[in-house]
Ligand binder design. Structure first.
Ligand code: CP
Length: 310
């Protein structure tokens, strides 16, 4: 394996220059997709002989299919392990053994989604195959944060202008964990609005107790799903009360400026996180995030796995 190949477990491992290079490549790949007659990028630096192992031990729609799309566009064969059903995990094999056995098949990389209980960093240190974090417990979801920032910058906002408000389950969100690593690099302004049970222990930004106040302050609102699978105990608010106080709906969204943007990493709990009308508002970038995710993941695979420097 070429020594230039590397893992992506968290965004601290990427410099600003590397992130800008990934964004610039994703922009080119998107142009190539929509204007194939003027295609500029050729994936000649990627080996298409060894597969990419996609290993999802937690549910996923967007991330798994986005990596599958990215691999298909780059002519990279894939091996898919999607949940325990039909695998030797059902016979009692451990996650570690499962990952080690797939690594022994020498894929060129392993894209892994796994819960907090598994020490992915320790596995990566002992593994000779590059590991790409596709969502690891509450630790992080680096490609999601990259595609979110790419989508924002594509709308013409600069990192100096950006004021991003996270609304909802900030405490248990791996998306926010990766955003904090990413946004701190440029000292981007951040705020949050969340019920007490969803507040993080530490947050380097403003804490708005009233959603309307936060929405008036920001130019991008990132609504977040309650990560119920990671909650030790339930929220004291009912879904209706949560929606009233922290949901994006016809009344609350009036506080967001006409030039502000609405985002959500998905999956959206419609009627709780936001109304269907807000998800379809002209300011909503939710499906643009999903589309851009495919180009960002192509660019990330090229960045990490190219045989020589681009
Ligand atoms: N945003 C995200 O990770 O979505 P999935 O869980 O559907 O992959």
């Amino acid at each position: 394996m070429s020594s230039s190949k590397k893992s992506l477990l968290e965004l601290q491992s990427l410099s600003i220059e590397e992130i800008e290079s990934i964004f610039s490549l994703a922009t080119q790949l998107k142009k190539d997709f929509f204007h194939p007659e003027a295609k500029k990028y050729s994936p000649s630096l990627l080996s298409t002989e060894q597969p990419i192992a996609l290993m999802f031990f937690e549910p996923s729609t967007r991330t798994r299919m986005s990596f599958e799309t990215a691999c298909a566009r780059l002519h990279l064969p894939t091996l898919l392990l999607d949940g325990a059903a039909g695998t030797s995990l059902e016979k009692g094999e451990s996650l570690l053994d499962t990952l080690e056995n797939v690594a022994a098949m020498l894929p060129q990389a392993m894209v892994v989604r796994v819960g907090q209980e598994f020490d992915l960093a320790s596995f990566q240190r002992r593994c000779s195959i590059p590991i790409i974090n596709a969502g690891w417990g509450v630790q992080g979801h680096p490609t999601q944060a990259l595609l979110d920032l790419f989508t924002i910058l594509e709308r013409g906002l600069s990192v100096d202008q950006l004021k991003i408000l996270f609304v909802g389950d900030v405490r248990h969100s791996r998306v926010v964990a990766s955003h904090l690593q990413l946004l701190k690099k440029w000292k981007i302004q951040m705020g949050l609005c969340a019920p007490a049970a969803f507040l993080p222990d530490d947050f380097p930004g403003q804490n708005f107790s009233q959603l309307e106040e936060g929405l008036s302050w920001c130019n991008v609102v990132m609504s977040l799903r309650g990560q119920t699978e990671r909650h030790a105990q339930g929220l004291s608010l009912s879904p209706q009360e949560y929606h009233r106080d922290y949901g994006l709906h016809a009344k609350s969204i009036q506080s967001l400026s006409a030039s502000g943007w609405i985002m959500h990493p998905g999956p959206v709990m419609m009627g709780v996180d936001m109304t269907v009308d807000v998800a379809r508002d002209p300011r909503s970038l939710i499906l643009q995030q999903v589309q851009n995710g495919t180009f960002i993941r192509q660019a990330v695979l090229i960045h990490l796995l190219s045989k020589g420097r681009r």
